[in-house]
Structure formats: C-alpha cells, structure tokens
Design a protein around this ligand. Sequence first.
Ligand SMILES: Cc1cc2nc3c(=O)[nH]c(=O)nc-3n(C[C@H](O)[C@H](O)[C@H](O)COP(=O)(O)OP(=O)(O)OC[C@H]3O[C@@H](n4cnc5c(N)ncnc54)[C@H](O)[C@@H]3O)c2cc1C
Length: 422
Amino acid sequence: MPSSLPQQVDVAIIGGGIIGISTAWALTKAGLRVAVFEKGVLAGEQSSRNWGWIRSIGRDPAELPLAHRANSLWREIQQQVNVGYRQVGLAYLGENAADQAELNKWLDSAQQHPTGARLLTGDAVNQVLAEPSQRPWSSALHSAEDGVAEPQLATAGIAQLARAAGCQIFEQCAVRGLDIAGGRAAGVITEHGRVAADRVVLAGGAWSRLMCGNTGVFLPQLKVHGSALRTDALPTGLDLAVNGKEFTCRPRADGGYTVSKLSASVADVTPDSIRLLPLFFRAWMAQKQFLKIRFGRRFFEELFTPTRFALDKPTPFEKTRTLDPGPNTSSVHAALRQLQQAFPAFKGAQVAQAWGGMMDVTPDALPVISAVDAIPGFFIGTGFSGHGFGIGPAAGELLAQLVQGIAPTVEHHAFRLSRFRA
Ligand SMILES: Cc1cc2nc3c(=O)[nH]c(=O)nc-3n(C[C@H](O)[C@H](O)[C@H](O)COP(=O)(O)OP(=O)(O)OC[C@H]3O[C@@H](n4cnc5c(N)ncnc54)[C@H](O)[C@@H]3O)c2cc1C
C-alpha cells in the first residue's frame, strides 16, 4: 500500500511507462502538481521490453517532428542521468534493386522533415557498418541522427528527473477508473482511494482500451506480441542499430546486442480483433509479411475479462500487475542465426535472455495524443503501435502542452482521438 496518497493534484496520470513518466516530467517542470499511478512497477511492461531504438527512419512522416524533438530531449536527459542514450546511427539495409526502391520511397515521403537520413550505396554501406559481412548489402538507408537508449534505464531515469522536480509516483497502485463529476474529469479512483485532479491523463499502454471502454470512450486498440533476445558481451565492429530484414540488432551498453526481427510479431485473435476487424483489416493486410495471426489461449483469456466493471472492488488492472507474455523463442533464435550468417563476428554469440512484450496498436499505427472531446479534462497518450519508446519524451512533452492548454510546438493533428469513429 503506497504511503499516503495526495487528496488533490493538478494532474493525475494513469500508467508509469515512458509516456506517462515523460508527460509527468514535462508537467512537473511547468510547475503543476502531478501524481503518477502505476498498477505494477515503473516500466514493467513495454517500456522496459523494447529494442531500444530511437529512430526516424521508417516512421510515418506525421511522427517525424516528434522524432526530431525527441533527439534533443534524449540528449538533455542523458546529460542529467544515465539512460544509455547514444546517437550511434541506424540503418535499414538492402540487397537488391527492389530493396533500394523501397528505401528510396520512404526517403521521398520524408523529404519535408529534418531526419538526417540519406541513401548510401556501394562502399559507403560497408564503411558505415564497419564490420565485415557475408551478405551483398548494396544500399542502406542511414541516419546518423538516430540512436539507441537502454529501456531498462530510460523510464527510471526520467522518473528520477520528474521526482526531483516534485512529481509523486505511486507503484502497485492501480487506477480502477475515472472520477467524473458534472460531465468532466474530476480525479481518479485508485485501489487505495480517490484522488481529486483537475485533469487526468491516460497513458496505459496495452490497457488503455479497457480503461476507455469502461469510461464510455471509444478507443480502437489491439495488442500485438513482440519478442527480443539479448546476447552476452561480444566484440564486433557493429556499433549502430541495423535492420537487415530477417534480423534486427542494436548495440547495448553492456557490450551485448539486442536481437530480433520485424516479423517476430504475432497478433492473437481476440474478441476485440473481431469487434474491430473493419477498422484493422487494411492494416493487417498491409503488414501481413511481418505479422503472424494466431488463434489460441488469449482469445479465451480476453473473452472472460470483464469489459465493464464497478470501481468499488478489484478490477482487471489489479489482477495483472505486469503483462509478461513470454518470448516467441523460435522467432528470435531464427533472427540470431540470420545475424550470424550475415556477420561472422556474431558466430560465438551466447543468448543471455529472451523476453516478450505486448504492443498496443491502432488501425493507422499512429498514436493517440489527444484531449477526449466528450469528457473535458481527460487526455490520452497511447497506441504507440510498437514505436513509442524513441519518441516517448517528445510525445510526453506534447501531451503536457495539450493538458496545459498551450499551443503545441509540434504538429499534432494526426494524433487526435476523434479521427476514429465507432
Ligand atoms: C518487443 C518490443 C520492441 C519494441 N521496440 C521498440 C523500439 O525499438 N523503439 C521504439 O520506439 N518502440 C519500441 N517498442 C514500443 C515501445 O516500447 C512502446 O511504444 C512504449 O514503451 C509505450 O510506452 P507506454 O508508456 O505507452 O506503455 P507501457 O510501457 O506499456 O506503459 C503503460 C503502463 O500503464 C500501466 N497501467 C495500465 N493501466 C493502468 C491502470 N489502470 N492503473 C495503473 N497503471 C496502469 C501498465 O502497468 C504499464 O506499466 C517496442 C515494444 C515491444 C513490446
């Protein structure tokens, strides 16, 4: 049980992942009284389980202003606390003309934004990799401005800055639901009591749809299972994050590598995926080479999870303190084998750990960073669709600006909740 909850704050934040904590940091710096409520432990879910990429390459152009701003914030964070941020660069590799055309397509789409990305060909590709490869890489989309940070350190580090600025953070404290008075958000009902707040932010990751549904707000969001492994420390020259199609890898601060592949993702069929099929069908088709669709245990788990519940007794948020789905082992081991074939320096790599995480995805793979028009005082930052870590600090800053009612410093139209209709 957390030591004495505050009676009243300016902003109550639901969720202690990178989005909730970055929002809290920005709001606390602006002088507001902020409390964050986390049902488990800080960054227990996606925010500590991701690959640690901070990338502009491959992003929807709508997110590029956030990615650009995030680079400055990551630098600012790293200057104050070690989160393992390094601007080492990131490359998507190509082997043939079709790959190169695909890489160029993205470059064209991103032209209006300052990404630092450029297409490398010939020897320039080998120079940037700085590690002999047995694959005939003929092109690379490379950005020297992209980088990496340590997911195990990042949210904790930002939380340290937020606490130092006066933010209160309560772990093992689930929010059961919103307190709504006179049609507007008036606080949160936690498992340990009510906290009044002028404004409430939901940054609940994969749980946001459940919270929204019980509050009468439509949020089309599904869960996609992702996996990764890490190797023990290993000397290679590869010191940038790389996507080689059948594998991805990034150097870690401990001298090892985090390894996976884009197609390690699995979408379990659930009652929600049937309900939301009309909205997600196009996205699933577009991603079909990367996404496996599976029917199994999760269907029944979610079928028996209540979607409507009272706030005066334990809710599903307390039942699962930390969503820990386990890894898709065969997929990440296959990725490691592909990496070893491509770069012989990885031949002796030892697997230290493999893990899984549940990503929260929207139909257009863009996040919701938005006020909820139907409930004044209620804001949402969620649906980062498998790429919210890198832009997390900037997304939190944007959400904090919306909460304060000040003009956002980045374009945010693409992220409004009202783009979705039930
Ligand atoms: C395997 C994998 C690889 C990825 N790789 C990358 C990458 O390389 N780069 C990148 O940019 N992104 C990546 N991502 C995505 C990235 O991790 C997420 O987009 C980001 O962490 C989302 O942060 P969040 O704060 O929204 O969610 P989360 O980190 O999931 O945090 C939400 C928190 O809210 C809490 N919560 C929910 N409901 C309640 C409640 N009612 N009361 C209290 N607390 C509640 C949860 O316990 C949780 O801790 C990856 C994700 C996965 C799974």
